[in-house]
Every structure is written in C-alpha cells, then in structure tokens.
Ligand binder design. Structure first.
Ligand code: PPS
Length: 300
C-alpha cells in the first residue's frame, strides 16, 4: 500500500477553523467520529507530539526497537507513515489513519497523533496505553513548522516568516497553540504514569541515553549491540537518505521547496529570528509559560 497523493488533483490549501477551541484544518477533523471511537488495545503505544517536534525520529526509534530484528524487510519496504499511522489524518486517498491503524498487523501497534491531550480518544486512557510525548523548544519548533507549511500542499499557506511567527504566537496553527499543547500534555503527565515526556533537545544531546530511558519506560531490554544498532540507524543523515523514513514517497510534499528531513538541529531559530522578533517572542513566551518546572532549551 502506498500513498498516491501525488496522483490526486489537490484542492486549494486548507483554511484553519476553530474546532472545539483549537485551530484545525479539515484534513484532521473530517474523520472525527471514527477517531474518537477508535478502539485502542492495552499494548498500543501512542506517540504524541505537537507537529515538527520529532515525531518521525521517535517513531523510527520505537519501530526499530520493537521490530528492527524480527521484521527487517519492514525497514526497506514500508514507509514510516504506514508503519506508524497518523491516527487523525484523513486525506482523500486509499485510507484514513484510523483504517491504517486498525489494519496494522503488529503487536504492539505504534500510532502517531498530534492531538492536544483533551482530544485523545478515550479508549487510550481506558486501556491505560503507554504514551510517548515528544516536545521541542518553541523557537525551533516554529521554524520547522514554517518550512513544513511552505512545502506541504495539504497544510495552510505559510506566508512569509514574520506573519507565520505572529500566527504561531497567536496559536493560529493546525493543532492550535504550541504553548497549550506542550503544557496540556505536561499537566496530564503529572497524574498519569504511562506518559513518557521527552525533549527533542535531549535526543540531540545524547540519543543513546534517551533510548535507554525509553526502553525502561517501555519495559524493553535490548542488548548493548542492538541498542547501538538503533542509535546508529536513527542518526539524522541515515534517516535523511532512507526513502522509507524521509517522506520522499509522499507526493503532497514538495522537497524542491524544503525537504522533510531539513536540518535536524537545535538552534536553527537563530538563522530565522531577528533580534526584535526574538525579544518579542521571549516576552510573549514568559506570559504564556508560567510553570518554572517546564523548561525548554533553545541551545544544547
Ligand atoms: S511531523 O510532520 O510533525 O511528523 O514532523 P516531525 O517528525 O515531528 O518533525 C520533523 C523535524 O524533526 C527532524 N528530525 C530529526 N532531527 C534529528 N535527528 C533525526 N534523526 C531526525 N528525524 C527528524 C526533522 O529534520 C524536522 O526538523 P527540522 O528542524 O525541520 O529539520
């Protein structure tokens, strides 16, 4: 099965609208009833993120940890977005995220979502599923999202950087404000032991350490050799050249504008924010992010 979106006559870029208090585009709400009634299984693992926080990286790590040895042809023939379906996506093609997730032959099933915590289908909580949440500092997250909206034809128009940044601060992004997303999941984690909250910057700093901590959360004990294989396999340069991991099979993305695997760094925001933009952003950030426990690093 492959995404044949390139063969579709693509409609104009979608518009944002308010959906239960969160900005969304129809591609993630059209299948809402099925998303909300999705039947999770107790061993499902949900990978939850704000868009562009490191979803694909962590998906790949989990996929290799669980299936890297047993199903090696999976890595060479099935794109990551089919191995780890995107639950709420509904782009008119052969399947929706829910269909793909329901058809997953694996156990556990690895499932991706960008939903803010209040939108997660209730069966994931009822089944007490493990959830891995990945967060990335707001400035780099905004930059990555900007380039993604430029190149992804099923996202709203990015516009220029300065108007995009303004909208990012206002939360007028698909999946709503970054601030509410990372905070909502952070608060949920305080009362829910099955959420592992990780940071993109920590993964950059020491991928091996973060894989160790993921393994202890998941109850996995791979050999040192296997862990090293996973660590090496998920390095940015390896994933960038791997057609099953780099989204090059997805026709709605125009890599001539910007590749999916773009830079993979902490601190690229410095190449985009002017001094004035950075100061304005920091001021606004202070007003929105009041919890001193919730710290992000904008450099490593
Ligand atoms: S999406 O579309 O929301 O699923 O995107 P997501 O995968 O969350 O985020 C894409 C950004 O993650 C970077 N990335 C990586 N960085 C470092 N190492 C590895 N292995 C890696 N894999 C993906 C990717 O390059 C995007 O960030 P930017 O800053 O745009 O490069």
């Amino acid at each position: 099965m492959s995404l044949t979106l390139d063969k579709m006559d693509l409609p104009p870029r979608p518009k944002l609208f308010d959906f239960h208090g969160v900005s969304m585009s129809h591609y993630f709400t059209d299948n809402w009833d099925k998303v909300q009634s999705f039947q999770a299984r107790p061993d499902d693992i949900l990978i939850a993120t704000y868009p562009k926080a490191g979803t694909t990286w962590v998906s790949y790590i989990l996929d290799l940890l669980y299936f890297g040895q047993t199903y090696s042809e999976r890595q060479t023939s099935i794109p990551i977005h089919e191995r780890v379906p995107f639950l709420e996506i509904d782009i008119p093609t052969e399947y929706t995220g829910t269909d793909l997730a329901e058809k997953l032959p694996t156990s556990p099933r690895l499932i991706k979502t960008h939903l803010p915590v209040q939108f997660v289908p209730k069966s994931f909580w009822e089944q007490n599923c493990r959830i891995v949440y990945v967060a990335r500092n707001a400035k780099d997250n905004a930059v990555s999202y900007f380039h993604f909206d430029r190149m992804n034809k099923v996202q709203p128009e990015a516009g220029d950087w300065s108007s995009f940044l303004q909208r990012f601060m206002e939360g007028k992004m698909v999946f709503g404000p970054w601030y509410d997303h990372v905070t909502g999941w952070w608060e949920k984690k305080q009362t829910h032991s099955k959420i592992h909250y990780m940071f993109y910057e920590d993964l950059i700093e020491d991928t091996g350490r973060e894989i160790d901590s993921l393994c202890s959360f998941l109850g996995l004990s791979p050999s040192a050799e296997e862990k090293e294989r996973v660590r090496g396999g998920v390095q940015f340069d390896n994933m960038k050249k791997d057609n099953m991991a780099n989204y090059s099979t997805v026709g709605v993305m125009d890599f001539k504008i910007s590749p999916f695997m773009r830079k993979g760094k902490v601190g690229d925001w410095k190449n985009h924010f002017t001094v004035a933009q950075s100061e304005q952003f920091d001021e606004d950030y202070k007003n929105k992010m009041k919890n001193p426990m919730q710290q992000f690093r904008t450099e490593v």
